[in-house]
Design a protein around this ligand. Structure first.
Ligand code: NAD
Length: 271
């Protein structure tokens, strides 16, 4: 293995939403490169499973139950990491929920609050409470997971789009405030990702989830690269931005989206 394969040796990373999907892939990638990883998630079943896989690479890695929208959970999670490892070098804010796919006049007020609470307030809380540890680290880095839907409009996603647009604005704002204090803050903006987020939607029947997945496949086929991303392709970009290789990057929002936000869609795939 070359040096690049051990970019996080001796470092500690917190990955919210790390039990499943993109967050799990990020946690595995960082641990594979030597990081001790704490995954903070509400899903204990998947959390314990991912913890086992992480520990096979870095034995100090662990799952910590945490709802990122709750300040007391976040404070306790950060305190647990600090009690055990006494440092946090990398914070990846990945935890997110899609919310109901409905137009604004059908969106319950509580659903709006929940989506904003997890996707945006969660990023604020984790950043705020991890900040003392990140400031103490020699090269602290934050990577937020945004979305194509935070950059361009898509049907029936008012709360999700607003939350991810907020994550993008917050990434840039934090880069301004925290750059002089030695912390880099960047975001990765995934497009269509081939995981089972849709199948896990609590409000969707398996049939509806399958139909939604098929629609995503079809939409992804129209984009420049013509397919959905593998979660590992998102994790690779996150690992780069979190690493010292990105030492002059802050405030960047990197689309990892197969070209979909570069493309003014004329109704057919570019030839
Ligand atoms: N899948 C995609 O196509 C796609 C595209 C763009 C952006 N994203 C973003 O990527 C991130 C990961 O999504 P994913 O596709 O892996 O979905 P996922 O559902 O597989 O993973 C999300 C994880 O976050 C956790 N989580 C949810 N609410 C939480 C809370 N309150 N506190 C802590 N953890 C919580 C879930 O338990 C889960 O482990 C999200 O922020 C999502 O918005 C996904």
């Amino acid at each position: 293995m070359g040096d690049r394969a051990r970019r996080f040796a001796g470092r500690v990373a917190v990955v919210t939403g790390g039990a499943t999907g993109i967050g799990r892939a990020i946690a595995l990638r960082l641990a594979g490169e030597g990081a001790t990883v704490a995954i903070a998630d509400v899903n204990a079943g998947f959390g314990v499973e991912t913890e086992r896989d992480l520990r096979a690479m870095t034995p100090g890695s662990r799952f910590i139950p945490c709802d990122v929208s709750r300040a007391e959970d976040v404070q306790a999670m950060i305190a647990a990491v600090m009690a055990e490892h006494e440092r946090i070098d990398v914070l990846v804010n990945d935890a997110g929920i899609p919310g109901p796919l409905v137009p604004v006049d059908q969106l319950a007020d509580e659903a709006w609050d929940r989506v904003i609470g997890v996707n945006l307030r969660g990023v604020f809380l984790c950043t705020k409470y991890a900040l003392p540890a990140l400031l103490a680290a020699p090269r602290g880095a934050i990577v937020n997971i945004a979305s194509t839907f935070g950059m361009v409009g898509a049907p029936n996603t008012p709360a999700y789009a607003a939350s991810k647009g907020g994550v993008i604005a917050l990434t840039r704002q934090l880069a301004v405030d925290l750059g002089p204090r030695g912390i880099r803050v960047n975001a990765v903006s995934p497009g269509y990702v081939d995981n089972d987020m849709d199948q896990r939607r609590t409000r969707m029947t398996p049939e509806a989830a399958a139909a939604n997945f098929a629609a995503r496949e079809a939409a992804a086929a129209l984009q420049p690269l013509g397919r959905q991303a593998d979660v590992a392709e998102i994790a690779a970009a996150v690992a780069f931005l979190a690493s010292d290789e990105a030492s002059f990057m802050t405030g960047a929002v990197a689309p990892v989206d197969g070209g979909c936000t570069a493309f003014f869609n004329l109704g057919h795939r570019p030839e």
